[in-house]
Design a protein. Structure first.
Length: 299
């Protein structure tokens, strides 16, 4: 049986899996990302994770944090979640370490493709995928392929403007972006700024579930802002499905109900029935999507 290695490189963890041609993960390994130690340490960690798996593989697909240039296989730009990651020759360096052909792309595009292959978007061709977690990223899948744009930047959904974020600074240097009010850290910070005492977002969710009015209001406000941004995108790209993953998507009805209501309030009549659904595959999605890219490009 021919196996392909799938790898998801994030700012805190690396997940690797051996995947069959029908999308079954036969073995997986996870290691912390040595983000503070720089690119060489991260690439070595990927190779170490692959070496833990019980089988040989013919190729590798990799989804990575950062803006990835598919043509050159390099990291065009990145945040400081991985020190010195921008400029890394990701494809060439991993091919040298792994000894097989390698395909690379952004991790959120890989996540979306995993869901299209075996997850909540299976059988769909036009999907808007949003990953709402520490930040807000996304992938606009058109006819089964992620739209990457002229500069490989397409999918940065967190930098769409929304009224609730007006005047709030964003790490990108701008202000007023949805990530500043809708991401996990933004939700927790807003709860504490309004006088709440929780120290983690899951605590806020628990409190919302036991009728903490403040917790419920903060989750609703963040979800509404995120839904407004997604609703505008539905009008712009006309997907079959809006799929939402990431840690914030596990916040339950106190978040999902206002999110869906905000999307519905923004969309045009012709797209009013577009489903807004949770992603299904969790941490496996990017591994599977990376493998799908490798099968497609190297077959």
């Amino acid at each position: 049986m021919t196996l392909v290695l799938g790898v998801d490189i994030g700012g805190t963890g690396i997940v690797a899996g051996l995947v069959t041609a029908d999308g079954a993960i036969r073995d997986r390994a996870a290691v912390p990302t040595p983000a503070a130690d720089g690119p060489v340490a991260v690439l070595d960690a990927v190779a170490a994770a692959a070496s833990r798996l019980g089988g040989e593989f013919a190729a590798a697909g990799v989804g990575s944090a950062g803006v990835i240039d598919r043509g050159s296989g390099s990291v065009r730009s990145a945040t400081d979640s991985i020190s010195g990651w921008a400029g890394t020759e990701l494809r060439a360096e991993l091919a040298a370490r792994l000894g097989v052909p390698v395909v690379v792309d952004n991790d959120v595009h890989a996540h979306a493709l995993g869901e299209l292959w075996t997850g909540a978007a299976a059988g769909r061709r036009h999907v808007l995928f949003a990953a709402v977690g520490t930040g807000i990223g996304g992938s606009i899948v058109v006819d089964g392929r992620p739209h990457r744009g002229a500069h490989a930047v397409a999918g940065h959904l967190g930098h769409l403007p929304v009224p609730a974020a007006a005047g709030r600074p964003c790490w990108c240097g701008g202000s007023g972006h949805v990530e500043g009010v809708g991401s996990g850290p933004a939700l927790l910070a807003e709860y504490r700024a309004r006088g709440g005492t929780a120290t983690t977002l899951p605590e806020v969710v628990v409190r919302a579930g036991i009728r903490d009015v403040l917790a419920a209001a903060v989750l609703a406000d963040g979800a509404t802002a995120t839904g407004q941004a997604l609703g505008g995108l539905v009008n712009a790209v006309d997907p079959e499905l809006v799929l939402v993953g990431g840690g914030v998507a596990s916040c339950g009805p106190a978040w999902w109900e206002p999110l869906r209501a905000a999307v519905a309030a923004e969309v045009l009549p012709a797209v009013r029935g577009t489903p807004v659904l949770p992603a299904e595959l969790g941490a496996d999605a990017a591994v599977l999507g990376a493998v799908w890219m490798a099968w497609e490009e190297l077959a």
